[in-house]
Design a binder for this molecule. Structure first.
Ligand code: ADP
Ligand code: ZN
Length: 727
């Protein structure tokens, strides 16, 4: 027997299978999709068996060394899906397979992640059959214990007597066994499910009426309209049919709350996959799924690859979120994977959002997706009242604390007194975003990247948010030697300091990348805030989505302009989404909520549409602009990046690539080459070419050719991103 094996060879980019002999002792166990260890050159590497056959064109085959696992890692569906990813993102097949798998089961020899095992003891035969005469009282006690606890762990027995355990083992009266144990444990209590509202029931019925169709639903529901409850009901219905479900959530900060809601409904029938789990935990959760021991998977982007069989529904919550697009190769979008799998399983996809992406809403209006609206909140309360504070006029007033308008400050003080909770958003971490010299204008920039450094006061360091470079803050300007370096711009750390200074009685907790780097930190902050251990939750966009706190009655956005000013054609869309989502955290319980948005651009449509909770007007306005400028959803984009440490090489090759594309793709408009927004990152120079098109048959072959051409060039990378979400 001969196996075709696909191996991971790192940078060597060899994207084809190799034939190996299957030794006869593996005939029984070898299967397509299983992981094997094979000799390759002078080393041993892991790979996946992609086919089994009896003949080969090659002679002198090497032999498979051993199987790495007993279970199939890449089932039939994943094997086809990997092919699809490779074809549509132009990545290698092996990279496309690896991206679907947790580290523990990737084909690679560098890591071994073990299964966790527990040792337990049990009776070798029923008590009545034990005829030994010399049983001591403590041995007797152990046997009695094992009668009622047929699988006792070591720690349970040592309290009785360690030496007796040994003796009983030696005599063969008891036996020792090992069993796999899953690492992740959770505590929860099952709760009575809430009866659905009329609207929720209608939505569930509508989706269920297409339960065997690969239809995509866009569930456009305002914040607090009860979408999560709809998801749970759909999943329950699928369970009744013996089908499984996948739920994607955008942020790790969100999974905690959602998972606990799901746990109290579905108990242990859930596996969780997100980046904050340890590799061991991910391995365990993945095995639970692969063995079909659970029927629900909740997780971030990569959970879309969960190897569930018989999928009944795929739900993508907050579908507009950009993290659903993978930024590294293979640059897949979870939504595309969901659609592919829904075709495979003939099941619906539900995309939920209060602020759908323009692409999705446009598709819904065209009838490509099936649009379902939920226009009211479950609690029958109106959406919170939003007030815009114009910082242009506010600035002149010169209040004591400089980042809060008088009005917002007053509201904060009032809520603190009445024991209500507050959420404050500033989408920028650190203390100050720019450190510059007041004398000569020198700005502290990263020596490796083309961006200014952010000051982090807690550590006293200036940091680059791209590459992690750090240096101490100094008061003397390195350029003009004046003592005039000053912190400008504001980040969450500074806001926290200000709140503590002027509102010493308020209990403030900050949630951003700096305070949540440790495992479990998100959960801690969220639980503590939920339990009223804090009055104010201050954070970056991390706090904007999905969180459900009943007692938050005030939301303040310190500066709405941070996202408006990013150089990206989607900046208005991101701003509208961020403001709407954050506003949606207010007034979710019995008390009505209020929102304050501080901005220098009160007349910007992204801001006033968010104020009016008016998605449709925003959509129309933004679509006009996209139409005029020829951006998505009217056109598709491809971003080609040319990256090299060698500046002149990058420049020269960019021009060549631009010419090649212009020559070969006449129906595509080709912009550039130009310098990327962050021109230098990690000491690499980055040029970019943007392709805009509506339809182009030749696109894939022409780009594939380009990739092949530069594949073995060690000094230059050509990186292709279809439908990029960030520029
Ligand atoms: P969304 O996901 O649309 O923001 P949620 O599903 O989180 O909305 O619902 C908002 C709040 O209303 C939650 O606290 C939820 O527990 C509650 N809720 C949802 N549906 C019902 C219902 N049918 N009966 C009572 N409370 C509900
Ligand atoms: Zn840097």
């Amino acid at each position: 027997m001969i196996a075709e094996v696909l191996v991971e060879l790192g940078a060597r980019n060899i994207d084809r299978t190799f034939d190996y002999l299957v030794p006869s002792n593996l005939y029984e166990d070898i299967k397509i999709g299983i992981r094997v260890l094979v000799p390759f050159g002078r080393q041993e590497v892991e790979g996946f068996v992609l086919a089994l056959k009896n003949e080969t064109l090659h002679d002198e085959l090497k032999t498979i060394i051993r199987l790495v696992d007993q279970e199939v890692i890449l089932n039939e569906e994943l094997r086809q899906l990997g092919k699809y990813i490779s074809d549509t993102t132009l990545s290698t097949l092996i990279a496309s397979y690896q991206v679907m798998l947790p580290k523990a089961v990737k084909a690679s020899k560098k890591t071994t992640i073990n299964k966790k095992e527990t040792t337990y003891f049990s009776l070798a035969k029923p008590l009545e059959l034990i005829t030994e005469e010399t049983i001591t009282p403590s041995q007797e006690a152990i046997l009695e214990y094992l009668k009622t606890h047929p699988k006792a762990e070591k720690k349970e027995l040592v309290s009785i007597s360690t030496s007796s355990v040994k003796t009983l083992l030696k005599k063969g009266i008891i036996v020792e066994n090992k069993e796999e144990k899953y690492r992740l444990t959770s505590t929860y209590s099952i709760e009575e499910k809430k009866p659905l509202t009329k609207r929720q029931q209608e939505v569930v019925n509508e989706i269920m009426s297409f339960q065997n169709d690969n239809k995509v639903f866009l569930l456009h529901g305002v914040t607090g309209s009860g979408k999560t409850e709809v998801y749970m009901e759909l999943i329950e219905k699928m369970k009744e049919e013996g089908k499984s479900s996948i739920v994607l959530v955008p942020e790790i900060s969100l999974t905690e709350q959602i998972v606990s809601r799901f746990r109290s409904r579905f108990g242990e029938d859930i596996a969780i996959l997100h980046s904050r789990l340890s590799d061991g935990e991910k391995y365990d959760e993945w095995r639970k799924i692969n063995r079909q021991e659970v029927s629900i998977v909740i997780g971030a982007r990569s959970a879309i690859f969960a190897p569930l069989k018989n999928i009944g529904i795929i739900i993508i919550d907050e579908e507009h979120t950009t993290t659903y697009k993978q930024e590294n190769t293979p640059k897949y979008h979870a939504l595309d994977i969901a659609k592919w799998r829904s075709t495979y399983h003939k099941c619906p996809v539900v995309l939920g959002s209060a602020t759908p992406s323009l692409e999705s809403y446009a598709r819904a209006l065209k009838g490509v997706y099936h649009l379902i609206e939920m226009k009211e909140r479950v609690n029958q309360k109106p959406l919170p009242e939003v007030k815009i504070i114009d910082l242009n006029t506010e600035k002149k007033k010169k209040t004591e604390n400089s980042y809060f308008s008088n009005e917002l400050w007053e509201e904060i003080t009032k809520r603190i007194e009445s024991n209500e909770q507050i959420m404050l958003l500033l989408n920028r971490r650190g203390y100050s975003s720019i450190v510059s010299c007041q004398n000569c204008g020198y700005v502290e920039k990263c020596p490796h990247c083309d961006i200014s450094l952010t000051y982090h006061k807690t550590s006293g360091m200036l940091r680059c948010h791209y590459c992690g470079y750090a240096k101490r803050l100094e008061v003397i300007c390195p350029e003009c030697r004046e003592e005039a370096m000053k912190n400008l711009g504001v980040g969450t750390e500074r806001i926290e300091e200000e709140l503590k200074k002027y509102l010493p009685t308020a209990r403030v907790v900050r949630m951003d990348m700096d305070t949540t780097s440790r495992k479990g930190a998100h959960e801690k902050i969220i639980t503590a805030f939920q339990n009223h251990e804090y009055d104010i939750l201050l954070g970056t966009q991390m706090i904007a989505k999905g969180l459900d706190f009943k007692d938050v009655t005030l939301v303040g956005i310190i500066n709405a302009d941070t996202s408006l000013n990013i150089p990206d054609f989607r900046s208005s869309e991101y701003t509208f989404q961020l403001l709407s989502q954050t506003s949606g955290r207010s007034g979710r319980g019995d008390k009505e909520g209020k929102v304050y948005i501080q901005t220098f651009n009160p007349d910007h449509y992204a801001i006033y549409c968010a104020k009016n909770h008016d998605y449709v007007s925003f959509y129309k306005k933004e679509m006009e602009i996209r139409h005029t400028l020829g951006y998505p959803p009217y056109y598709y984009l491809v971003l080609v990046k040319i990256i090299s440490k060698d500046y002149s090489k990058a420049q020269k090759e960019s021009t060549k690539i631009g010419d090649y594309l212009k020559r070969n793709l006449s129906e595509v408009s080709i912009l550039g080459p130009s310098m990327a927004n962050v021109f230098k990152m990690n000491n690499q120079y980055r040029f970019q070419i943007v392709l805009k098109y509506k339809r182009c048959e030749k696109l894939y072959p022409v780009l594939k050719e380009l990739i092949n051409h530069y594949q073995s060039d060690r000094l230059l990378t050509v990186d292709i991103d279809f439908n990029p979400v960030h520029f």
